[in-house]
Design a binder for this molecule. Structure first.
Ligand code: SF4
Length: 460
């Protein structure tokens, strides 16, 4: 996910200060004659390294001295008085991510085709982006300055890839020595300063499963509630990531893991009042098991990591059907089209869509799209590419086709293979929409799916 957030940063060179990308007209920034390309160098004498620094140093201050390097090369010093709540109306360049110093066995960068976009090879390991976007870091190379910043600026929560609390196993998985792998003191420093942590385990059969996993969960549970949750997600192999030290996740492995971890979850729920250690949805789907009920997930602390998405989707779909019961479709026969998704989610979506078709006489079809681009056991919707959708276009029927919004960059209608949505549209004979569930539900709610060609533009 985060890959999308860093794309422009790959080509940036670190410079001092932070560059203004846009200024809202009529805002305080515009009044101060700030312009795109200007750089904010200091606030009240303190250096600004990025927009987080600017936000932190300007927050709550009513009297400010801001040093600006204009895009023309001039230096300005602005003395500002403002109301506490008055916004500057500025947006900034993206943060240039710090790179990791690990050699993880399962690193996703090794799983990319050689032709993948450069941004897919960015090995980000950045506590700022962990705070901003929920990206995981391993903390193996966090500097003292970064640690001070996390604590001073309250960059909480942090998302930490622990993988195993057994040091030998962690070092092996990360490709670093034991000393570097040991983050016990760093985690304690954060936790003692009131920074919350969500942890992650990428579960690799025969390496950090079984007893190692059990110990990892219990060691982290000792740190609850400051360690708030643990996400356990399965290793994903692509056809390019074929390290012989890695063993593929199988359905049988998933069933065994569910059996082992559910005992721990029951124990922790009784003692901590929370499930605490959550298995990724993919583990249930690959095991052929139903995902747990809503209450299992609490406030869905790791939904961005694929934990509870299926349950949340099922509940939202139920709510949509209830709304439609109260206000049936005006023209259900016009809801005749195809919804494309990844193979892992397709059975879940098919069941829900079949209920809708039966009850409301709509004619939606679900197509499970194979991931040829990455191959291996990659089956999630978010990693499907333009080429994958195009290869499945002959299975489309009806008046429109929907692809998952998550397959596009967050800020541009481009897929992982570089194909733009308009290019994909050119290969389809029917209008193509990029929807997330909220957009899908809203379109169905308003009977507009069939008529909204403009949604392609909206997705942009
Ligand atoms: S921490 Fe590991 S998985 Fe993440 S980018 Fe670095 S090497 Fe890859």
């Amino acid at each position: 996910m985060y890959e999308f957030a860093v794309t422009p940063a790959v080509t940036q060179i670190r410079r001092r200060g932070v560059e203004i990308a846009a200024v809202t007209s009529g805002s305080l920034g515009a009044e101060l004659e700030l312009e795109p390309g200007d750089r904010i160098m200091r606030v009240n004498g303190r250096l600004v390294r990025d927009y987080l620094d600017f936000r932190f140093q300007a927050a709550g201050e009513t009297d400010l001295v801001i040093d600006i390097r204009k895009h023309t090369g001039e230096d300005w010093e602005l003395n500002i008085e403002r109301d506490e709540a008055e916004e500057f109306g500025l947006s900034f360049e993206q943060i240039v991510p710090r790179q990791c110093a690990n050699e993880c066995l399962f690193c996703f960068c090794k799983g990319n085709p050689e032709t993948a976009r450069p941004s897919l090879f960015v090995r980000d390991e950045d506590v700022r982006l962990s705070f901003l976007y929920g990206n995981y870091t391993t903390l193996t190379s966090i500097t003292d300055e970064e640690m001070r910043r996390v604590i001073e600026q309250r960059l909480s929560p942090q998302y930490v890839s622990v993988h195993a609390t057994d040091l030998d196993v962690r070092a092996y998985l990360l490709g670093v020595d034991r000393q570097r792998a040991d983050i016990t003191a760093k985690m304690r420093q954060m936790l003692n300063a009131g920074i919350e942590i969500h942890a992650q385990v990428v579960l690799c059969p025969t390496i950090n499963d079984g007893e190692i996993l059990r110990r990892t969960i219990y060691d982290l549970a000792e740190l609850h509630p400051r360690v708030r949750s643990v996400a356990i997600v399965p290793l994903g192999l692509t056809r390019y990531l074929n390290d012989e030290r890695l063993t593929a996740v199988t359905s049988e492995f998933c069933r065994q893991t569910i059996g082992e971890v559910s005992i721990i979850q029951d124990d922790l729920r009784a003692r901590l009042g929370t499930t605490f250690a959550f298995l990724g949805d993919e583990i249930y789907l690959r095991a052929g098991r139903a995902v747990p009920l809503r209450k299992h997930y609490g406030d869905y602390p790791q939904i961005e990591d694929g934990i509870g998405m299926v349950r949340s989707f099922a509940n939202e779909f139920d709510a949509l059907l209830r709304r439609l019961e109260r206000r049936p479709f005006r023209s259900p026969e016009k809801l005749f089209g195809t919804v494309m998704t990844g193979t892992i989610f397709a059975p879940v979506l098919s069941r829900q869509v079949a209920r809708m078709n039966r009850r409301f006489k709509t004619r939606l079809k679900v197509v499970a799209v194979e991931n040829e681009y990455f191959g291996g056991d990659v089956s999630v919707a978010g990693l499907l590419t333009g080429g994958d959708f195009a290869a499945a276009k002959d299975q489309v029927c009806g008046d429109f086709a929907i692809i998952p919004r998550v397959a596009l960059k967050s800020d541009e209608p481009v897929m992982l293979d570089g194909m733009r949505l308009e290019q994909l549209q050119d290969q389809f004979d029917v209008p193509l929409y990029a929807y997330d569930f909220a957009t899908f539900a809203a379109a169905i709610d308003s009977d507009l799916v069939y008529a909204r060609r403009d949604v392609v533009g909206e997705a942009a």
